[in-house]
Design a protein around this ligand. Structure first.
Ligand code: NDP
Ligand code: HEM
Length: 500
């Protein structure tokens, strides 16, 4: 290539740069002159290249795509996105592992994050879910402690199975999620071959102001495919980036992964008659009670041009809902409504929502002012209208018609503890006994035994007692597998008998 056709390198202030490889020195052997500002600028920028990794879900893979409405659900929601069949919007996805750090291997056994940002005509709607329909805990107080058990031990600086199973044994409501984690679906082949779930109960309200409670499901149109421990172990030895490679190759080959969106719907009021708390994140709504209702199709077709800009800078938050979609009383969801935007302000800065990955395509008008990195105007579009109320006809005003209908709450404010009851074992039992077949159950025993092999006998016994409440065969199967010296799992940083 001829050099005169290439653009001129500049300083960050835009001046043509004379060099990008030779320091300005006093004499050919140095020392370097302080006035070589370009060099200082280059070193200073390098020192600021890293931003904090996400406190959880640090390792991730993203694509861009399109969501298209295929079925009418206007009887449930007034959201513009769902206002007519055929309507569509751009979507950014990010899938992730929960526990591993930014450099973790992709094929580790873990729950996978399943985040979607729908750039709708009424602002961004984020679905920040997982590839499992439930979660480990149901009170937000427990989330930071749970995550501590997934991260590194303060002394050994390794992952600690002792901590994980100690915590789970003390929180028997975890057994449903731990069963899924230790089943075949704990190591998906890649994001294309797994389902996504909003997991929490959310709500929708329609043009008449009627509210329904809703669960979101994104069912993969690709077959569900998973790796066994042995397959994953071998794969990680060959590549730590198997998900990124698979997604890249898929898109290069013109294969666009697709999911069908469904909802389960419960009429407001029915929650009082349902046999258990339908806002409990450790439980699903059975498909038999609440059948899946088809809504639309998600097709992911593009690798973002710039990973850092679109995936690392992406800020997904359950607080991002649009008129017609709302939260529910689920305690975990309520905490998440606070936690994510707080994390984004720390990780990305005050104006993270103006970054390309997060900027709504429908436009933004508000009266928030100034702040670090306010690189866009600090008024509402009219330089006089930087406060409200004001006299200006072109200044933004709120639209009361998008007010969520009132939700009746008549209850005692108190620290209501949800005690463990027999209800907590019904669904893991159904999964264990009715959904899994004999081979899947045996692999579950083996996977769990491998994961808990480094644990002390005391922790193992407490965990068997939890499994016993699910089903005696479950406890016996895992005990048998433990006693026959199981293979250690694939997570490369899982220690042997340490970190107790
Ligand atoms: P169904 O038989 O209608 O549904 C069973 C569900 O389990 C299917 O979605 C199936 O996915 C999924 N599944 C199969 N193997 C696994 C696994 N190893 N890990 C996680 N999910 C798996 O029954 P119900 O709706 O009455 O639910 C029965 C049990 O199934 C529940 O107690 C729960 O443990 C589990 N489940 C229920 C879901 C729900 O939303 N109702 C969602 C996922 C799991 P697929 O169709 O791809 O095979
Ligand atoms: C990421 C907090 C429960 C799914 C995060 C982040 C925080 C967080 C702080 C990092 C956000 C960022 O830096 O961008 C919490 C708290 C929870 C909770 C406080 C409970 C009280 C859950 C649950 C799910 C979930 C129940 C799934 C159903 C995710 C996903 C990400 C994430 C998918 C990654 C988002 C992305 O791709 O950028 N969580 N979380 N979390 N969380 Fe949670």
């Amino acid at each position: 290539m001829s050099y005169d056709r290439r653009p001129t390198l500049t300083t960050t202030a835009g001046a043509p740069a004379p060099t990008n490889d030779t320091a300005r020195t006093a004499g050919p052997r140095g020392p370097v002159l302080l006035e070589d500002y370009q060099l200082l600028e280059k070193l200073a920028h390098q020192n600021r290249e890293r931003i904090p990794e996400r406190t959880v879900h640090a390792k991730g893979w993203g694509l861009q795509g399109t969501f298209t409405v295929t079925h009418d659900i206007t009887r449930y929601t007034r959201a513009g996105l769902f206002s007519r069949v055929g309507n569509s919007c751009d979507v950014l996805s990010r899938w992730s592992t929960v526990a591993g750090e930014l450099g973790a291997a992709d094929a580790e056994r873990d729950v996978r994050g399943f985040s979607l940002k729908f750039y709708t005509e009424e602002g961004n709607w984020d679905m920040v879910g997982n590839n499992t329909p439930i979660f480990f805990v149901r009170d937000p107080y427990k989330f930071p402690d749970f995550i501590h058990t997934q991260k590194r031990h303060p002394k050994t600086n390794m992952r600690s199975p002792e901590a994980m199973f100690d915590f789970w044994a003390g929180q028997p409501e975890s057994v449903h999620q731990v069963t899924i984690l230790m089943s075949d679906r704990g190591i998906p082949k890649n994001p294309a071959h797994m389902h996504g779930y909003g997991s929490h109960t959310f709500s929708m309200w329609n043009a008449q102001g009627e509210r329904h409670w809703v669960k979101f499901h994104f069912r993969s149109q690709q077959p569900i495919e998973n790796y066994t421990n042995e397959e994953a172990k071998k794969l990680i030895g060959e590549t730590r980036e198997s998900f990124q490679e698979d997604l890249w190759n898929m898109i290069q080959d013109g294969k666009h992964p697709k999911w069908t969106m469904y909802i389960q719907v419960m009429k407001e009021g029915e929650e009082h008659r349902y046999p258990f708390n339908p806002f409990d994140l450790t439980k699903v709504w059975s498909h038999k009670d609440y059948p899946l209702i088809e809504v639309g199709e998600l097709e992911m077709h593009t690798v973002p041009e710039n990973y850092f800009q679109m995936v690392e800078n992406a800020a997904f938050s359950p607080s991002n809902v649009v008129p017609g979609i709302g939260y529910s009383p689920d305690k975990m969801l309520q905490a998440r409504v606070f936690s994510y935007a707080d994390a984004h302000r720390y990780r990305l800065g005050t104006h993270y929502e103006a970054l390309p990955a997060n900027a709504p395509k429908s436009g933004v008008q508000h009266y928030h002012k100034d702040g670090q990195m306010r690189f866009f105007r600090n008024d509402s579009g009219n330089p006089n209208a930087y406060y409200e109320p004001n006299q200006y006809e072109d200044a933004p005003v709120a639209d009361p018609s998008v007010n969520e209908p009132p939700l009746r709450i008549d209850a005692d404010a108190y620290r209501h503890k949800q005690e463990i009851t027999e209800d907590d074992f019904v669904q893991p039992r159904a999964l264990y006994k009715e959904v899994l077949n004999d081979e899947e159950r045996e692999r579950l025993h083996q996977n769990m035994a491998g994961a808990m092999d480094p644990c002390s006998d005391a922790v193992k016994e407490r965990w068997y007692a939890v499994l016993e409440r699910v089903h005696p065969d479950y406890a016996a199967g895992v005990r048998r597998a433990c006693e026959s010296a199981p293979a250690l799992p694939v997570t490369p940083d899982t220690p042997t008998k340490v970190a107790q």
